[in-house]
Design a protein around this ligand. Structure first.
Ligand code: BG6
Length: 469
């Protein structure tokens, strides 16, 4: 739709930026922190582990001062469950509470709104050893952890996100590093884990509403529009299939408290419907999120599946296996360019996704990740000329503004990432930040912080409330 008048960003728009605990903090075993599944995972060869990451745990004050200089109104970060409960449950680790208290207070002293993800891929390893999300005990452990977070930080944190990218954990666990790639993972187990996460999420939403009257809470999946490869009706249906399995399964459950029909029929077909205990659906129905946060990097395009194994191929889309016999087949999109890492770039897709979400769920939306992973270069004079990143973000912000003009209630935009961090499966060389961290994959150098060109650009964007791109 063309508009004669493009609406401005709302006055209280949350211009932010994001990180996650294990990717930025380091100090993986300090001050009583227990190991998480991420700490214990095998790392792809040639990429750094997360032991030091960007050393944010020791440098958070310096980092937050830089975020404030950039003008951030919000900072989306995650709490490492294993800093609070080293074993997932049991004794609280006071030093972990102290760290996040200090972090939150430091943000607030700079007028930066904390947006807190409760769980970003890093399940306590002790829980994993007891069955992880396959066990219903993990639901109780999460509820207990959530209660502790709301008790300790609920007086100051207004925005909570439950689980980061639950859909990617279920669909791409081995690539993220949380599921052993050598292990067979029958779908049945995965969708049982998913059901348990949905319950844990619903319980934590209810708890937040009970305990923190002024807070808002929502899920944080990775959502994107799915395009059919052509106007052939069978390709369109493949797009519906994939969208139901990838997107709506997760959001229908949290917003409407039910399983998406197409996704359920897919699980029946594959013999992987979860066992649902009496009372489970009532719990799902009872929880009402206040908003939907979502991560957006790119869209996906699919064609009709020919029902053969060759449907599962690698198309360059996030370098993940993409396609399922009899359901959909991944296709590349001839209209889109790709990043250095092969991810398709689709700013208009962000507008499409925002509109789909808004029409389907009628809730406020918050973009909690969007960004460009690239090989940045530190040049003479302490400069990083990341014009490509500026171009990427500029185009996405333009589309976000058009979506607002279309009628979408968008609360904020928190690109990935506030500062360089270790990519989930491709090391530190794949950089996303506005602030450069001086280290290489294996040489930690001095870890000094250097403002990239995009830092100054984003500062201006925020100052002008999105007018000056
Ligand atoms: C999202 C995750 O999937 O994508 C982040 O929430 C991750 O943790 C980001 O870093 C980018 O992916 P990658 O693999 O490039 O780090």
């Amino acid at each position: 739709m063309y508009h004669k008048f493009i609406k401005p960003f709302p006055k209280d728009f949350l211009w932010g930026a994001s990180t996650s605990a294990y990717q930025v903090e380091g100090a993986w075993n300090e001050d009583g922190k227990g190991p998480s599944v991420i700490d214990m995972a095998k790392h792809p060869e040639g990429t750094s582990d997360f032991k030091v990451a960007s050393d944010h745990y020791h440098r958070y004050k310096e980092d937050i001062a830089l975020f404030a200089e950039m003008g951030l109104k919000a900072y989306r970060f995650s709490i490492a469950w294993t800093r609070i409960y080293p074993n997932g449950t049991g004794e609280i680790n006071q030093k972990g509470i102290d760290f996040y208290n200090n972090l939150i207070n430091e943000l607030l002293s700079h007028n930066i709104e904390p947006v807190v993800t409760m769980y970003h891929f890093d399940l306590p390893y002790a829980l994993q050893q007891k069955g992880g999300w396959e066990s219903r005990q993990t639901i109780d452990a999460f509820e207990n952890y959530a209660r502790t977070l709301f008790t300790c930080f609920g007086d100051r944190v207004k925005y909570w996100l439950t689980i980061n990218e639950q859909n990617m954990m279920i669909m791409h666990g081995p690539a993220i590093g949380i599921i052993d790639p050598d292990k067979e993972n029958p779908k049945k187990e995965l969708y049982q884990q998913n059901h348990h996460m949905l319950l844990a999420q619903a319980k934590s939403i209810n708890l937040c509403h009970e305990m923190c009257k002024n807070a808002k809470i929502g899920p944080a999946p990775n959502i994107c529009s799915i395009y059919p490869a052509s106007s052939k009706p069978e390709d369109v249906m493949a797009a519906y299939n994939f969208s139901a399995i990838r997107n709506w399964l997760y959001l229908d459950a949290v917003v409407y408290g039910c399983y998406n029909g197409t996704a359920w029929s897919y699980m029946e077909e594959k013999g992987c419907t979860p066992s649902i205990q009496e009372g489970d659906m009532k719990i799902l129905e009872s929880a009402k999120p206040d908003f939907i946060a979502f991560n957006y990097y790119t869209t996906a395009t699919v064609a009709q599946s020919k029902g053969e194994d060759s449907d599962k191929n690698h198309t360059g889309d996030q370098q993940l296996a993409f396609g399922e016999a009899g359901v959909y087949r991944g296709a590349s999109n001839q209209y889109l360019e790709k990043t250095q890492f092969g991810w398709e770039i689709d700013p208009t897709g962000l507008r499409n996704t925002l509109r789909e979400l808004s029409d389907r769920y009628r809730l406020p939306l918050l973009v909690t990740e969007n960004g460009l992973g690239a090989y940045d270069k530190l040049e003479e004079g302490e400069t990083i000329n990341d014009d490509y990143r500026i171009e990427f973000l500029k185009k996405h912000i333009e589309q976000a503004r058009l979506a607002i003009t279309d009628g979408v209630n968008l609360m904020g935009y928190c690109p990935w990432s506030a500062i360089d961090l270790v990519s989930t499966h491709q090391g530190i060389s794949k950089r996303y930040g506005f602030i450069y961290v001086n280290r290489d994959e294996f040489d930690l150098k001095d870890l000094r912080r250097i403002k990239k060109k995009s830092f100054y650009w984003y500062k201006n964007v925020i100052k002008s409330n999105g007018d000056k791109l």
